[in-house]
Design a protein around this ligand. Structure first.
Ligand code: GDP
Ligand code: MG
Length: 394
């Protein structure tokens, strides 16, 4: 689960980090009031669950600025916020269609002498959280990481003890903070490390962490993603969820107990079990197709879940063929075939359907599908299924 920048900065501030003053608004008028309260230049920041806002653009707005806009005068505030709330914001992370903005953060503008990156992620290779930092932070961080990966400093963190003071000190030294700035930078890194571990983040980053000409050190922008499997123990974080920012199909699937992730291809996949779903996607790609989604209906797929899964798949106009690949372990193949037939009738298919069943009562399931008189292609084995569905999608 992701949260907005302003929420991430509230969590950091609660853990002791220095962040700029800011007010979240939902209208141009409220933005003007917030500007008055700040009493000086502000930065207007579109709140979306995507990065790269500074370099993004508002689709069809004709404006040459993106989701982060420096503002000096009161007169500029209203028109800028109007554009932000009217047009979708397109960044490297939103996709072509962009993301609607409903909240704008009016933040006290900071003067910037240096921009630094600090972020924490789980490093799967070593099985530990790692604090990463780079002296060249800001909007070019992805390019720096790709061009000169040696510039990214990495410090593994023991999850039992958290980020240790000596580790933060060492990083502050390597990032060339002055003696006066270093303790401030260390307290920001410590806050980041604390929030990451206490709240079960999978990612938490401050980019940029800035040094002002006066020597203040601030978290100017922050991003956080939480481990969904740990949300049950963080009701405070769960409350920060903004459903408007989430993929509507993924939300709908989650409510039915399905695990659904939208992808970019044209073959809809309905599979039980994450491992089988992964290998189904692999074999589709191996035979020249592209999956439209990852969909795991779980071990005990019932009629309601299969029906809802079909609805979600077929609501996607890109889907040109559907592959059902189910192993009848907990559920028997004849029960699954019955659920598929019932769902097939109820949903109304506009794309060819290929079904591969395996497992308990395999003699009955495919026979029921074949004898149903419905336009359903049955397949034997993964390869046969992949070949048939790739051909159907073409
Ligand atoms: P992002 O593009 O979504 O990561 O949004 P950021 O909040 O990181 O802003 C992008 C860039 O805008 C930063 O790297 C800064 O260079 C600039 N920026 C953001 N806030 C301020 C500010 O208060 N003052 C100044 N001078 N620049 C800012
Ligand atoms: Mg940023």
């Amino acid at each position: 689960m992701k949260i907005h920048e302003y929420q991430a900065k509230e969590l950091l501030a609660a853990a002791g980090a220095a962040v700029p003053r800011g007010i979240v608004v939902t209208s141009p008028a409220a933005a003007q009031q917030a500007f008055d309260q700040m009493g000086g230049p502000v930065v207007l920041k579109a709140q979306v669950h995507a990065g790269g806002r500074g370099k993004g653009r508002f689709k069809d707005s004709g404006k040459d600025w993106g989701g982060v806009k420096f503002i000096r005068t009161r007169e500029e505030v209203g028109p800028v916020v109007e554009v932000m709330l009217k047009y979708p914001l397109v960044t490297k992370q939103t996709g072509e269609q962009g993301q609607r903005v409903s909240k704008v953060l009016v933040q006290e503008a900071a003067d910037i002498a240096r921009e630094i990156y600090v972020g924490m992620v789980i490093d799967r290779a070593i099985g530990l959280p790692v604090l990463m930092a780079c002296a060249e932070g800001g909007v070019e961080i992805e390019e720096v990481a790709a061009r000169s990966p040696e510039k990214i400093l990495r410090v593994p963190v023991n999850p039992d003890t958290g980020l240790q003071p000596f580790q933060a000190r060492r990083l502050a030294y390597d990032l060339e903070f002055t003696a006066e700035q270093a303790p401030k930078a260390e307290s920001l890194m410590t806050a980041l490390g604390r929030v990451f571990l206490e709240k079960d983040c999978s990612l938490a980053e401050i980019n940029p962490l800035v040094v002002t000409p006066k020597g203040d050190v601030l978290a100017l922008d922050a991003k956080m993603t939480f481990d969904d499997n740990a949300l049950f123990r963080h009701s405070d974080i769960e409350q920060l969820r903004d459903e408007a920012e989430e993929n509507p199909d993924e939300l709908r699937a989650a409510r039915t107990g399905l695990t659904y992730i939208s992808l970019t291809g044209n073959i809809g996949c309905l599979v039980n079990g994450a491992g089988l779903a992964m290998s189904t996607m692999d074999i589709i790609k191996y035979h020249g197709g592209e999956p439209a989604n990852f969909l795991d209906v779980g071990g005990g797929a019932n009629k309601e879940q299969v029906t809802e899964a079909f609805r979600i798949l077929l609501a996607d106009p890109r889907v040109k063929a559907v592959l059902v690949n189910i192993f009848g372990g907990i559920m028997k193949c004849d029960i699954i075939a019955g659920a598929i037939l019932a769902a097939f009738k109820e949903v109304g298919f506009h794309a060819p359907l290929v079904v591969r069943l395996e497992g308990t009562n395999i003699e009955q399931g495919p026979k029921m599908l074949a004898e149903s008189g419905q336009n359903i292609t049955t397949a034997t084995g993964m390869t046969d299924a992949a070949k048939k569905v790739v051909a159907a999608a073409r």
